[in-house]
Ligand binder design. Structure first.
Ligand code: FRU
Length: 484
């Protein structure tokens, strides 16, 4: 097997360490308040929890290069979800049971410890195998692998080696572990469930039946299952792979589904009252909820699955989305990063009323924009444009939304998945909030009824925001730069 690809951080040479320092110094494209790797590749958020009066977050990290190699768990802590302190790799896959990476997983807080469950990924000549493993995070921020690992060895009968991404939760007296899996008989994705009384010994219970018709059930693999309760609704989240585009949905390489409804662990069924894609933009995958939240339910996700992005030239690739607070309104899941707006410093706040058209010249790309209309089914557009005419445009026409980043094509291969995303809402659109952070836009429709996440890699030229009202109806605008 490729030596660099499966190298662990403890084997970094002096040369590697020097290279890492150079990468850390360069700030080109680096978001200010979205998490990026110091060097190398970041993917899924892991082990996200509130523990010992702090927020803890880990992410999948390959430190040596910008491709998917040996995955470690990088550890960060924060007191407010926005100022993060980095602690380096806390799960390094040095054991046989995790020979090809410490893959994704989640935390559960019990007593004096946070239990971090993850998948020990094993690559074999003949395919792959998976072990479910445990590491314990204690109050002094040490992470120690459980000596009895793996807690689940290999995969249950009837499933391929693609079984991963444990999410453990407690219901009543029992602990349940949800895992993404692939059936052997039809090579389709599903969620399987184990049960335990002590989190160390696990019994296979079976497959979760998701009671709904949906094209996403044909996926070849479900990754990163999550289950939480928001405003009295059970919410099941997972990342299916291999779903064909259908009308305005499923246009990304991989997409994310949420289902609202009710879970029954006795019958292993999830009755769905509503489902949708969790994000309608280009770059959103493998979200994870905050375990043991002291406040609102919150999720954070990996912003994107593209394998080639311009930041690679600078030695790093990918970022996480903002942590988004969740609520259920009109039987749909809403997301908004409330905490950021409470925490961030605001500069040069502008508030004005637009009759037809207005432009704001930008001196940096980390800002917040809020556009409000009092007229139902209004038409308006917002664009971010540079002085060479490159543009990302959001157009609202009645209940139709079109987001185009055609002007910001960052690599040819991405455009297999198109440079436009569309949505027809079943509600009146009266508010757009945009958070821009150097190379990522998060666009919230009506306080997060729908969200579009969109990466873009701006050149050095000047940028402006243009806002136009199609029917000359007044638009209320608030604009401010954000720093933290
Ligand atoms: C999702 C995923 C997970 C896996 C991890 C490996 O992006 O493929 O299923 O555990 O990434 O890094």
């Amino acid at each position: 097997m490729n030596e660099l690809k499966y190298k662990t951080i403890d084997l970094a040479s002096k040369n590697d360490l020097d290279k890492f320092e150079v990468i850390k110094e360069n700030s080109k494209y680096r978001p200010k308040f979205h998490i990026t790797p110091p060097h190398g590749l970041l993917n899924d958020p892991n082990g996200f929890c509130y523990f010992n009066n702090e927020y803890h977050l880990f992410y999948q990290w390959y430190p040596f290069d910008t491709f998917h190699g040996m995955k470690h768990w990088m550890h960060l802590t924060s007191s407010d979800l926005f100022h993060w302190q980095e602690h380096g790799a806390k799960i390094t896959p040095t054991e046989k049971y995790e020979s090809h990476g410490a893959y994704s997983g989640a935390a559960i807080v019990e007593g004096e410890q946070a239990y971090l469950f993850y998948t020990g990924n094993i690559k074999l000549e003949s395919g792959r195998d998976a072990n479910q493993c445990l590491a314990l995070l204690s109050a002094d921020n040490r992470v120690v692998k459980y000596s009895g690992n793996p807690v689940i060895q290999s995969v249950p009968n009837g499933y391929t080696g693609h079984v991963r991404d444990p999410k453990v939760l407690k219901r009543g007296e029992h602990y349940f572990m949800l895992l993404g899996a692939q059936r052997e008989k039809d090579l389709q994705g599903c969620i399987i469930v184990y049960q335990s009384n002590d989190m160390l010994h696990w019994d296979f219970k079976g497959e979760l039946s998701i009671n709904v018709e949906g094209k996403f059930l044909d996926a070849y693999m479900f990754e990163c299952p999550d289950l939480l309760t928001v405003d009295g609704h059970d919410v099941l989240i997972f990342s299916p792979q291999g779903v064909e585009p259908c009308s305005f949905r499923f246009h990304n390489k991989f997409n994310v589904i949420y289902c609202l409804g009710h879970i029954d662990f006795d019958t292993l069924t999830f009755d769905v009252t509503h489902w949708d894609e969790l994000d309608r933009g280009f770059d959103f995958y493998a979200p994870q909820s905050l375990a043991n939240t002291p406040d609102k339910q919150t999720i954070i996700a990996w912003a994107g699955t593209d394998e080639v992005l311009p930041s690679m030239e600078h030695g790093w690739i990918h970022c996480l989305t903002l942590p988004r607070s969740l609520s259920v309104k009109s039987n749909r899941l809403c997301q908004f990063p409330e905490q950021l707006l409470k925490t961030a410093n605001n500069h040069q706040q502008l508030e004005f009323l637009i009759k037809q058209h207005e432009s704001i010249e930008l001196n940096n790309l980390s800002f917040y924009l809020d556009v409000h209309t009092n007229n139902n089914n209004d038409d308006f557009s917002i664009s971010l444009q540079n002085s060479n005419g490159k543009e990302i445009t959001l157009s609202i026409q009645g209940k139709n939304i079109l987001l185009s980043r055609k002007g910001y094509e960052h690599h040819d291969s991405d455009w297999n998945f198109g440079s436009e995303r569309q949505l027809e809402t079943d509600y009146d659109i009266n508010n757009i909030k945009i958070i821009s952070d150097e190379s990522i836009l998060e666009i919230y429709i009506n306080d997060g009824m729908d969200v579009f996440t969109c990466l873009f890699f701006p050149d050095e030229s000047n940028h402006q925001v243009n806002i136009s009202s199609g029917k000359n109806q007044p638009l209320d605008v608030e604009f401010k730069y954000l720093t933290i």
